[in-house]
Design a protein around this ligand. Sequence first.
Ligand code: NAD
Ligand code: DAU
Length: 339
Amino acid sequence: MNILVTGGAGFIGSNFVFYYLREHPEDQLTVLDALTYAGNLQTLQPVMEQENFHFVKGDVADRETVFALFEEKKFDIVVNFAAESHVDRSIEDPGVFLRTNILGTQVLMDAARAFGVSRFHQVGTDEVYGDLPLDRPDLFFTEDMPLTASSPYSASKASADLLAMAYHRTYGLPVSISRCSNNYGPYQFPEKLIPLMIANALADKPLPVYGTGENVRDWLYVEDHCRAIDLILRGDAVGRVYNIGGHNEKTNLDVVKTILKQLGKPESLITFVGDRKGHDLRYAIDPAKIHADLGWLPQTDFDTGIRQTIDWYLENKEWWETIISGEYQQYYEKMYGNR
Ligand code: NAD
Ligand code: DAU
């Protein structure tokens, strides 16, 4: 098999690359990544010299680059991780989200149609279902729920999912879609809740919790997400959507307190700041379909996963300290300075 992984220098994409090369050493894997602020070539160093690994710097929305790459490589499978992924940035500046997440997906699917693939997998998100109320713990996201969106990010991801299903129905493109809940683990960019709180706590800086901290997210260890996608690629999943999540709901405040406890830092570092605009209240995945069809179940519980993640950030300070010493400082000041 010859597989294209877009966005493979980002958080989940890089974890998927490591997982895939370990599980399928006989396959060829190419990463296409524009190396935006969120992409980091350093992350891919461990596999860079491997003969079956290839890296191409390029933009998924650049038709010429994408078509030339498909023509050269004749991919069997495409897994599209490439995206602008941070909700707060989408609220500040939606334009690039529409370009990468919608038009980029279109360009990739056009190339997949033109050169032929056996599977185009679109990596989606549970945010396309909107949110659930906090006082109805009996409700979960299922695949047949209507799509709705609270942020420009989730609207762009919902658009990409709709486009992917349209390409399947209209052109017969062999599309599958997964919609995962919040991931955590190694190599996550420190703008996201968990690595941001770890970095701030280690520096004894305030931990900025939006609103009341009561919002709920459904956390999944990144490797469980990677294994789910691999199962979907190998299963009879064309035309299907799979939700991925491990029934691991936590309030943001609980997550932050867990991090502080493990790092031996005081809860007095918690600082409540202005809420995110349009802030989704609760995400909660019903993973019954992927379990029934493909036998997937998460393997890492939150206590184990968060310990492993914190240990990784402690052991790999250079990776994230390099990031937060650069233009991240201006980002942080802009987002949190007057919050
Ligand atoms: P990330 O921001 O860490 O990485 C995104 C990667 O895409 C980066 O390497 C970046 O350089 C690359 N990229 C951005 N624009 C590009 C472009 N125009 N052309 C080529 N490459 C480009 O994101 P992530 O958290 O790893 O998310 C990966 C995917 O998974 C996204 O599609 C996201 O919507 C989805 N997802 C994320 C989560 C989560 O919790 N992080 C959960 C569910 C789904
Ligand atoms: O559910 C899947 C989605 O999870 C993915 O599609 C997105 O790409 C990914 O970024 C993530 O979105 P969230 O908005 O849920 O993740 P984030 O880490 O930004 O925030 C998690 C929660 O923590 C959210 O309720 C907002 C809150 N938060 C976040 C930050 C960065 C804070 O309270 N303070 C913060 O500083």
